[in-house]
Design a protein around this ligand. Structure first.
Ligand code: ZN
Length: 136
């Protein structure tokens, strides 16, 4: 089994944002020359996340960010973390910092409406995404 690890940068432009990185993952898989296996997409940040969801209707991303804000408020009298970004830490753990996607015959086995998103919860910032492609 071959293992190829790469990383790429993502610049975010607002405090919360979901950036479609599907084409960057596809490029990393192509560059790795691995046709069957899997790819792990990992976010090495405590206030950001990786998820897979619909990339056809942009309203879905809007609605997800809105719901995250409703479930986890920006400020709360009980927060103790003095950086003022406790909501972003909570969202990061709720959504999760990685996804695993199968690669079959050189393609990501995503569903028709699925895309891979980098989720920013404390931007704007310059972020890094780590991609490890494994297989043959
Ligand atoms: Zn913090």
């Amino acid at each position: 089994m071959k293992i190829v690890q790469k990383e790429f940068g993502v610049s975010t432009h607002s405090r919360t944002e979901m950036v479609d990185v599907t084409s960057r993952i596809e490029a990393a898989v192509r560059d790795a020359g691995i046709h069957n296996g899997d790819v792990i997409v990992f976010c090495p940040h405590t206030t950001a996340a990786i998820t897979i969801n619909e990339n056809a209707d942009p309203a879905v991303v809007h609605d997800m960010l809105m719901v995250f804000d409703q479930v986890i408020p920006r400020s709360h009298p009980g927060y103790r973390h003095d950086e003022g970004n406790s909501d972003a830490h909570c969202k990061s753990s709720l959504v999760g910092c990685s996804e695993q996607i199968l690669i079959h015959d050189g393609r990501l086995t995503l569903g028709t409406w699925q895309g891979v998103y980098f989720c920013e919860f404390d931007g704007p910032r310059s972020r890094t995404v780590i991609v490890q492609v494994r297989g043959e």
